[in-house]
Design a binder for this molecule. Structure first.
Ligand code: FES
Length: 102
């Protein structure tokens, strides 16, 4: 059953920054876009690269390996070679706790 898991302090992730966290041993990326947080699977759906090590341009993440692009709000693929959308997760901030529903 889904529950909210505290993954970081909200003020530790600056606008424009992405970090990789682990929830139940699954790598999840959390991004701060102008004060709004988004969480999504850290592993690119193309191969096995960490998206948190890629580039973030507003709500678009570019994979560092072969440059697939995803919309981190929806998980939609915006540029190949990836074809499978990313899984995204609801995020909330409780006090200064950044929580991901997982
Ligand atoms: S592993 Fe991400 S584009 Fe290939």
């Amino acid at each position: 059953m889904a529950r909210f898991v505290t993954v970081a302090k909200a003020d530790s992730i600056q606008p424009g920054q992405m970090v990789k966290v682990e929830i139940d041993n699954l790598p999840v990326a959390v991004a701060n876009v102008g004060g709004t947080f988004h969480a999504f699977d850290d592993t690119c759906t193309h191969e096995d690269c960490s998206l948190a090590e890629g580039e973030l341009a507003r709500t678009v993440v570019t994979c560092p390996c072969h440059f697939a692009e995803f919309d981190i709000r929806t998980g939609a693929v915006l540029a190949p070679p990836a074809t499978v959308p990313l899984k995204v997760y609801p995020v909330r901030v409780e006090g200064n706790d950044l929580q991901v529903e997982f």
